[in-house]
Design a protein around this ligand. Structure first.
Ligand code: DMJ
Length: 673
């Protein structure tokens, strides 16, 4: 050891480094000596024999290496930290997740494995999908938008009537007293809308209250005006014949009741907000304040009431900042909790919200997998807002349990789960359609909602998409459309539900959030298929289910429709995916495809006296056989996604700040990008 290493201290010769040796190190020269002290002295001599230039170069190299060392330590530190958590320990022992490739390796730094089934696909594009010119990078304020009081048009067209009404509504608006803001305008508050009291933790504020986006409002374009017009037409039917009831029956000018909770009205609240329909929103709000009562002896389906009612109320609370909606959300959330009182903690399908009892369907003790795994975004958000952890605890437990279950096939889940045993039942059947669909959607979306920290969710999602590629992807003839079929006990079926068309949008959302670019490629292929499910049909509207041709036959199309499957329920999934695809690519063809679909809805499903109806036969343009029912998701989802698809304003529900629940109700991402 140097007793006094005066590095860079004042040297006898200015260009030398002076080092003073201790007495004992100075003794003992001569003969072979391999002591540490001797070796050091020898090095020192060699160092002194170097030229000034040589020494400078060496010192420079040392300094350079030190800087590199510090930089690389800070960049790899995070992955090392995350490697210590349990789910990643599992990854070491289990097969690695195929296809997993994240933009941010700190989240899950598992190595990427070669794709199993992508050999047929064109060369992969870069990690991130290309951003359209209109899309800015990075987050902006957590706020839907400032009030859009002036609905400006680019063209005249037959929308002038709509504009007049909007302006009229604006005038009336100005005369009202106010506390709660309507996108800068005001709404008279209800006496019952006191701010929520915190329970365990400090509750979160609604996202709209957190930041004001000062950006100039983007003018509404002609296609968006057409959506507004369609919404108003649908709303007119609902208002005239079904006000306060669950669903409009537009042909018989009456209504149907499912839960008796004004389902369409609640599902449509945030759509009205987003479309800027103040007058309609205020009317609906009054109904919620005065007539929406959950203390009713009625059985509701846990999943449907969560995604439509709880989700709709939470999202409206966030957009409007009006605590009425949070109070109602808390009320229904609490009333749904008995569903989780089961031996396995896997919830029952049905709850009596007045009596506080829950039960499975009459014929089985099973619940549907998609139903018990697609209520998480809403209950988690309710905990976030109220500070009461019980909601999140209950739904997180379900996900943790499902994560550990056997019976999956490369991440694909069966369709049923038993509420007593907690095990999957009816093993061997795998689909991305009915009864399983939103399980996959919510894996990704919960991961996004929670700030991309919950690795088990991501693992399950990535595995599942690899499972889809391995077992369910096929190509049709003659157009070679990529589609997602089903697997039943080892047999592939070329059947695809329209419901599966949520998948391209979800894949694109994953890619946007840093997952592998293969997912974007697959999304592009699948959205083309979903569009063809409309385009190849006589009315230009998709049936509920299609079968794809696997073998080329003269005169046959890719898409085959069985008589029992040729109905259309005004479903949103394709339009939903078109919206994501347009947001992330800026490719106008997605808007054009959506525009075609809207026109065909207008042509074949619009009822002149108000409302739209589901139809029985998409193959018969001269008589599509109207069914006399307008599903609440037509207003909650289909028209909302249409409006967003036609918008060029990425801050109109910014996807780096909001995540849509499976009923198209936007909820805030807790840690925005
Ligand atoms: C909606 O209730 C939801 O989108 C759900 O996830 C699936 N079914 C309908 C729409 O098709």
């Amino acid at each position: 050891m140097y007793s006094a290493a005066a590095v860079a201290a004042s040297p006898p010769r200015r260009d030398f480094i002076s080092v003073t040796l201790s007495p004992e190190e100075a003794v003992g020269a001569g003969g072979y000596n391999n002591s540490k002290a001797w070796r050091r002295r020898s090095c020192w001599r060699k160092w002194k024999q170097l030229s000034r230039l040589q020494r400078s170069v060496i010192l420079f190299l040392f300094a350079f290496l030190a800087v590199c060392g510090v930089i690389s330590y800070t960049s790899i530190g995070e992955p090392w930290k995350s490697l210590t958590n349990k789910s990643l320990d599992d990854l070491r022992t289990e097969p690695e997740i195929p296809g997993l490739k994240l933009a941010n390796p700190a989240v899950l730094p598992a190595p990427q494995k070669a794709d199993i089934n992508l050999g047929d696909y064109p060369e992969l594009s870069p990690q991130k999908p290309p951003r359209p010119p209109h899309v800015q990078r990075g987050p902006s304020n957590l706020q839907i938008k400032p009030p859009r009081r002036d609905v400006r048009l680019k063209t005249e067209h037959d929308t002038s009537r709509v504009v007049e009404k909007l302006l009229q509504a604006d005038k009336e608006e100005k005369t009202e007293k106010s506390i709660i803001s309507w996108r800068g305008a005001v709404i008279e508050p209800d006496q019952s809308t006191e701010p929520p009291s915190s329970k365990i933790k400090e509750p979160e504020k609604p996202s709209s209250v957190e930041a004001e986006d000062q950006k100039e409002p983007v003018p509404i374009n002609e296609r968006q005006m057409a959506v507004i017009e369609a919404f108003r037409h649908a709303w007119k039917g609902y208002k005239d014949f079904a006000w306060g009831h669950d669903e409009l029956k537009p042909l018989s000018k009456s209504y149907s009741e499912w839960f008796g909770l004004g389902l369409t009205l609640i599902d449509a609240l945030d759509t009205m907000w987003i479309l800027g329909l103040k007058e309609e929103f205020e009317e609906a709000r009054k109904w919620v304040a005065n007539d929406l009562v959950f203390d009713k002896n009625v059985d509701v389906n846990l999943f449907e009431s969560t995604i439509r009612i709880l989700g709709g109320l939470l999202s409206t609370y966030h957009l409007s900042g009006d605590s009425l909606f949070l109070e109602k959300a808390k009320d229904i959330g609490n009333r749904l909790m008995p569903a989780f009182k089961t031996p396995s903690k896997i919830p029952y399908s049905d709850v009596n919200i007045g009596r506080g009892t829950a039960h499975p369907p009459r014929w089985t003790s099973d619940s549907t997998v998609a139903e018990v795994t697609s209520i998480q975004l809403e209950f988690r958000e309710l905990s976030h807002l109220t500070g009461d952890e019980k909601f999140q605890k209950a739904v997180d437990e379900v996900m943790k349990h499902v994560h550990t279950l056997s019976g999956k096939n490369d991440g694909l889940v069966p369709m049923f789960i038993n509420t007593n045993s907690g095990q999957f039942t009816h093993l061997g059947v795998y689909t991305l359609g009915a009864r399983a669909d939103s399980y996959y959607e919510y894996l990704l979306k919960q991961w996004i909602q929670g700030g991309k920290k919950e690795n088990e969710l991501l693992e399950d999602y990535m595995r599942a998409i690899e499972g889809v590629k391995k077992h369910l992807l096929q190509r049709s003839q003659p157009k070679k459309l990529t589609f997602v079929g089903e697997l039943a006990h080892g047999h592939f079926s070329a059947k695809m539900d329209h419901l599966v068309c949520f998948l391209p949008g979800t894949l694109a959302l994953g890619a946007h959030n840093g997952l592998t670019a293969d997912h974007m490629k697959l999304a592009e292929a699948l959205i083309e298929t979903c569009y063809q499910m409309y385009a190849q049909v006589e009315t230009g509207l998709s049936p509920e289910i299609v079968h794809f041709n696997l073998h080329a036959q003269k005169g046959y199309k890719d898409v085959e429709i069985k008589p029992a499957d040729r109905h259309n329920l005004l479903r949103p999934e394709t339009v939903e995916s078109l919206f994501y695809m347009y947001r992330f690519t800026g490719d106008k063809k997605y808007q054009d495809w959506g525009w075609e679909i809207l026109q065909n809805f207008n042509k074949y499903t619009r009822v002149p006296t108000g409302g739209y109806t589901s139809i029985n036969n998409v193959q018969n343009p001269s008589n599509p056989e109207p069914r006399d029912k307008m599903e609440s998701f037509f207003l909650g989802e289909t028209l909302k996604y249409m409006f967003l698809l036609f918008s060029d304003d990425i801050d109109l529900i910014n996807l780096d700040k909001y995540v849509f629940n499976t009923e198209a109700h936007p909820l805030p991402i807790w840690v925005p990008a």
